[in-house]
Design a protein around this ligand. Structure first.
Ligand code: SIN
Length: 365
């Protein structure tokens, strides 16, 4: 792990994890071909026109990983969490910036929000992720602009919690989703407006600045899994500390699988993922939870539903999220008194619901 430090008092920590923003072209494999996660984060920063708002600040970079984010895994997440925790604990660090691939960026952002969000708000420091859709050596690479914008957001006094900066948008971790496979403006905020956007200074002297949307309900205070504890109490920074420690210590996190309800669905997939012998043979931990990307407003194909009820009666936590792009389900927690035979529902996207359920199970809830 390389660490480059300058000795100035106030600094920003930039953690590199790979992605297309650090990708390099492989023209021998065809036009437009490239490999993600090649160029060191230190080189991404070298030669970047640093926004004037950062004058006097030192930038410390560190290569935490160098991967295509499709391959994101627990060890990289744990390394990233450790380096974020370490950076944020230093009084002179204003905030942490992460360069990341676009493909699983929303998962990493939400994980960081769940585990570090309350701490960040307590410290008044932001954690910003940025990315790119074109490799670093493309003539029209979007990475440098996104990186500059992200640095600019980082030093804005209103920046708080976990934010994602891409194509001039500033988006909150809870809302951000990759919605397009190829265009530069690949992300949207779902269920709430963007947190803000980057605007050019009309006089053209001060570079770009942040225009924030009117204040929303603070993230982490909304209804839904991952935002409140079992008693419905909003999770605080202190309450998050034991969960963060558990997440860092665990060799494996509770296994939660994600599946779709769709036309002509059957029980087969549920039976396969619940099969403890199969899991043992494959070296997987036993299944603890199932997130179902349900149809419409939380309905499930009747064959799949029967299998899910059986899984739930065997102790597997079942959580429904909608497979629709917008209009999340109204969050409802299944009664533990056995009065309510339904499934818990969440307004989170299926991907984010999976992370929230993993952490709830890790937390013993
Ligand atoms: C990745 O997610 O690492 C590759 C794709 C991208 O960054 O756009």
């Amino acid at each position: 792990m390389q660490v480059k430090t300058s000795d100035k008092a106030q600094k920003i920590v930039v953690l590199g994890t790979g992605g297309t923003i650090a990708g390099l072209s492989t023209p021998e494999k065809g036009a437009g071909a490239y490999v993600a996660g090649q160029k060191p984060v230190e080189e991404l920063l070298a030669g970047l026109a640093i926004p004037a708002a950062l004058t006097g600040l030192a930038i410390q970079s560190e290569q935490v990983a160098q991967i295509d984010s499709k391959d994101m895994d627990l060890p990289v997440w744990q390394a990233l969490l450790r380096r974020c925790q370490h950076g944020l604990a230093q009084a002179e660090v204003r905030g942490v910036l992460i360069t990341h691939g676009t493909d699983t960026l929303e998962e990493t952002a939400w994980l960081l929000e769940l585990l570090l969000g309350p701490l960040l708000r307590g410290l008044g420091k932001p954690l910003v992720l940025t990315c790119a859709m074109r490799p670093a050596d493309a003539p029209d690479a979007d990475g440098p602009g996104n990186l500059r914008d992200a640095l600019r957001v980082m030093v804005d006094p209103q920046a708080q919690g976990v934010l994602v900066v891409c194509a001039g948008r500033v988006m909150r971790a809870r809302a951000v989703q990759k919605v397009h496979a190829t265009r530069l403006d690949a992300f949207r905020s779902i269920g709430q407006p963007d947190a803000g956007c980057l605007v050019n200074d009309p006089a053209g002297t001060a570079g770009r600045g942040v225009s924030w949307s009117p204040q929303q309900e603070p993230q982490g205070m909304q209804q839904g899994l991952g935002t409140r504890d079992a008693r419905g109490v909003a999770v605080t920074g202190q309450a998050c500390a034991p969960l963060l420690a558990a997440a860092l210590d665990a060799a494996v996190w509770p296994r939660v699988e994600l599946l779709y309800s769709h036309a002509a669905a059957s029980a087969a997939l549920v039976q396969a993922v619940c099969d403890a012998d199969l899991a043992r043979r494959l070296g997987s931990p036993p299944l603890r939870g199932l997130v179902v990307a349900a149809t419409g407003n939380g309905t499930v194909h009747h064959e799949l539903e029967a299998a899910l009820r059986h899984a739930q009666s065997c102790g597997v936590r079942v959580l429904l999220a909608t497979r629709c792009a917008e209009g999340g389900l109204r969050a409802r927690v299944r009664s533990t008194a056995g009065q309510d035979e339904g499934f818990s529902t969440t307004d989170l996207s299926p991907l984010k619901a999976r992370l929230a359920l993993m952490l709830e199970l890790l937390d013993g809830r």
